[in-house]
Structure formats: structure tokens, C-alpha cells
Write a protein that binds this ligand. Structure first.
Ligand code: FEO
Length: 426
């Protein structure tokens, strides 16, 4: 492939391994993806074509309004009657948008999806009956004669339905969202495009990071493969040193912080904001109480002290998170919400949570913070502590006891649950 490759100059398929073609679409002007991601370089919707001696497979499609580009590239290489197999690794609309039309144009083709994609497929096509599809799991294969597609079950990367597909003979992994990035460059291949490292890591941080555990499970399937290229659904095709990206994913999915501090101690972090020093006094008393319990390392942070982003790694590693906020105009204060709203990128399920705060007349902040923590699937072992205005010595002692109670729950000395968790009922 020459350095002058420019796939936007025509709408033809681009071959990158023997009988394997890119038939996707470029979206260079996109500046926001799924609302939460900025996309300074736009993105691509990568779709692929594999030719075998006994039929053709299409792997993933494109966002619906890019269908013309996709079908033009497809038609440049095959007739619809030759398409025997359609694989959807992921049914999010950016990859399934052109699927209904493709199935209309290639009615003889059989669709292969993961088991968990079934309900999404029915919702997408609005058809209960007559759908020709097969659900597949890790190790299942489909033959194209001299070519074999092997499926890897890789859920939650980035929806429950996601899977990867490996073309054995060419060593190409069609990875879906995994190893992707929102980076549109008409030169298409990682050895030709601009420096996309920032986009790659930014994409990981927002799309994959909440599912690190699932990434590590997927890597167990991917690492043993005889991998020659990775073909994701977004961004450059990784044909040069693909294994470097696999290694990088393992690094990104492994804890960013050493647990050397405190050795095997459980980590409790107490965050607070305080208007008149009252919630701060509560935070200090809670920390003192928690610190009395062996095996718990307590950290205290005033959110007035700076940016919240540096805390995200700490929070991911912590075992318990406490948030203190005064109530102002019936609400918790903005820095607390800023931190809580930034936590969608980490998995907090099962961590202990608690809230506390001083208030003037209504004191809603504590319950609101607890609701948010429940929404993040955290476990609230005991209702939060509220103090009207300046805490008395007795109330500070109550705060110490509260800290001890959370710390004891953390080290397993007390598993008493005073609050029914909505997450547990799901
Ligand atoms: Fe690119 Fe999760 O869709």
C-alpha cells in the first residue's frame, strides 16, 4: 500500500490482506460521539469484506446515513448474490445502521451475532419472525470454503452484545469497538495516518475503562491468536505491529496505581466541601473514627483544593468512598456533583459508599449523594450523618462512630445492612 492512499478520492473497496477489504465510511466532520466524547478528527465506521472460495462475508456495516458510501464500496468488489455471511460484532447503530438494507439486498445471506444481540436485533429490524440469523459463541466457526471465521465472545466491549471475529488464514482480527479510536484519516492504516495515540487512549478511557475486567477477559482470548492485523470498527486499521496495541490494552486495563501504600490495607477516601468549616469538622472526625480500625488506610481530601480529574485513578482503586457536602439551596454543592458525575468512566459496583454534611435548614444533600451512589451500584452500609449547623462534641463523636462503622464494614467486622440496595434487587 502506497503512502498516497486516499480512500476518500473514490468509493472503492480497499484490499489490505488477500481477499480482505475495507468497505467502510469516513465521517471527518463529526465533533461529538455518543454525546460524551469529543472527536477532533471525526471518526470512521469500518466495515469489512472477506472473499472465500465458497462465498463472501460482510463484517459489520456503517451508520445509516453513510449507507451510500458503504454500498458503493461493497458493489465495487462483489455482487450481492455472492454474500453468504453477514457478521455483526456489535449492534450499536453506528455499525448496524446499514444492516436492514444490506439484508434486503442480500436476502440469501445468514446473519451471525452473539446470543446477547438477539433482543437488540429484533428491536432494530422490528421483525420477530423470519429473521435468518445464528447466534455464536467463543470457538464457533463459519466456513467460506478456503476461509474460516472464528468467533470470540467478548461482552461489554462496549455493549453486552459485543464479540470479535478472527479470520484464521490471514490472521486478521475484526475487533469491533475494541482497539478502535475516533480518528478519521483517509490514509486508513496505522503506519500511514497521523499520530493518533491521544485518540486511542482517550477512546479507551471513555469507552473501555468502565469495563476493564471484561477487557482483561477478552485479552485472554485475543493474546494467543496468531495475529497479523487488527481491524477495528473505528479509526486506523492496525496492520503494523498490531500486538503492540494488545499489550497497551493490557497495560491500560491493569491498575494504574501500585497497592504498595498500606500493603493489604483497605483504602477509604473521604471527600468533602465545606462552607463554614462545619462539614470539614465532620470529615475530620469521621476520618479519625475510621482510622481507629485496623487494616483501613484513610485519605482525606478537600475538594476545594483543586481539579477532580486526578482523583479518578484513586477512586477506582479505593474500597470505600465518603462524600461530605453542605446543603445549599436544597442541593449538594457543585464540586461534589462534578466529581460524582465524572465517575461513569470507572466501575464502582460493590464499593462501600457513605455521605455526610452540615446543613442550615433542610439538609437534602446527604440523601441526594446516597441516591447517586446507589445509581452507581455502590453499597451504602449505613445511612449518612447530618448535623444542623455547627457540630457539637456529641455530634462529632457520632461522626467518629460513623467512620468506625464504615471502616468495620470494610474489613468485614460488620456486614450489617441498614439500607436495602436497589442495585441488589436488579
Ligand atoms: Fe462503535 Fe459501541 O459502537
Amino acid at each position: 500500500m502506497s503512502a498516497n492512499v486516499d480512500v476518500s478520492a473514490h468509493r472503492r473497496a480497499v484490499e489490505f490482506a488477500d481477499g480482505v477489504f475495507w468497505v467502510g465510511a469516513l465521517d471527518p466532520t463529526l465533533r461529538s460521539f455518543d454525546i460524551i466524547l469529543t472527536t477532533a478528527n471525526g471518526t470512521t465506521y469500518n466495515s469489512y469484506l472477506v472473499k472465500g472460495s465458497d462465498g463472501v462475508a460482510v463484517i459489520d456495516t456503517v451508520k445509516e446515513n453513510f449507507s451510500d458510501e458503504f454500498f458503493a464500496r461493497l458493489e465495487s468488489e462483489v455482487d450481492y448474490g455472492d454474500i453468504k455471511v453477514i457478521v455483526l460484532n456489535h449492534l450499536e447503530p453506528d455499525h448496524s445502521g446499514a444492516l436492514p438494507e444490506l439484508m434486503r439486498r442480500a436476502p440469501q445471506a445468514r446473519l451471525y451475532i452473539s446470543q446477547r444481540a438477539t433482543s437488540m436485533l429484533k428491536a432494530l429490524l422490528h421483525a420477530e419472525d423470519g429473521l435468518k440469523y445464528t447466534t455464536v459463541k467463543t470457538g464457533d466457526t463459519v466456513s467460506l470454503g478456503d476461509r474460516t471465521l472464528e468467533f470470540l465472545h467478548t461482552p461489554f466491549l462496549h455493549w453486552p452484545d459485543t464479540q470479535c471475529t478472527f479470520l484464521r488464514e490471514e490472521g486478521v482480527l475484526f475487533s469491533g469497538d475494541v482497539f478502535g479510536c475516533h480518528y478519521c484519516d483517509k490514509r486508513l492504516f496505522n503506519d500511514l495516518v497521523g499520530d493518533f495515540r491521544f485518540s486511542f487512549d482517550y477512546y479507551y478511557a471513555h469507552i473501555m475503562r468502565p469495563f476493564k475486567r471484561h477487557v482483561l477477559d477478552a485479552l485472554k482470548l485475543i493474546e494467543p491468536l496468531q495475529l497479523r492485523q487488527i481491524a477495528p470498527t473505528h479509526g486506523p486499521i492496525l496492520r503494523e505491529r498490531p500486538r503492540r496495541y494488545v499489550t497497551h490494552y493490557r497495560e491500560l486495563s491493569t491498575s494504574a496505581l501500585s497497592r504498595g501504600i498500606g500493603d493489604d490495607d483497605q483504602s477509604m477516601i473521604v471527600f468533602y466541601m465545606s462552607s463554614y468549616g462545619n462539614t470539614a469538622r465532620m470529615a475530620e472526625a469521621i476520618s479519625e473514627g475510621a482510622g481507629d480500625v485496623g487494616g483501613v488506610r484513610v485519605s482525606l481530601y478537600d475538594l476545594q483544593g483543586g481539579e477532580t480529574e486526578p482523583f479518578v485513578d484513586l477512586i477506582e482503586e479505593a474500597d470505600a468512598l465518603l462524600f461530605g457536602s453542605p446543603t445549599i439551596n436544597g442541593d449538594a454543592v457543585k464540586p461534589v456533583w462534578d466529581l460524582l458525575s465524572s465517575l461513569a468512566v470507572v466501575n464502582l459496583k460493590g464499593k462501600l459508599g457513605a455521605a455526610f454534611g452540615s446543613y442550615g435548614w433542610s439538609g437534602e444533600a446527604v440523601r441526594m449523594i446516597e441516591d447517586r451512589m446507589r445509581g452507581l451500584k455502590m453499597h451504602i452500609p449505613t445511612p449518612g450523618v447530618r448535623v444542623k449547623l455547627i457540630p457539637t462534641e456529641a455530634e462529632l463523636e457520632e461522626c467518629r462512630a460513623f467512620g468506625r462503622q464504615i471502616a468495620e464494614a470494610l474489613v468485614g467486622k460488620s456486614q450489617k445492612k441498614d439500607v436495602i440496595e436497589f442495585a441488589d434487587l436488579a
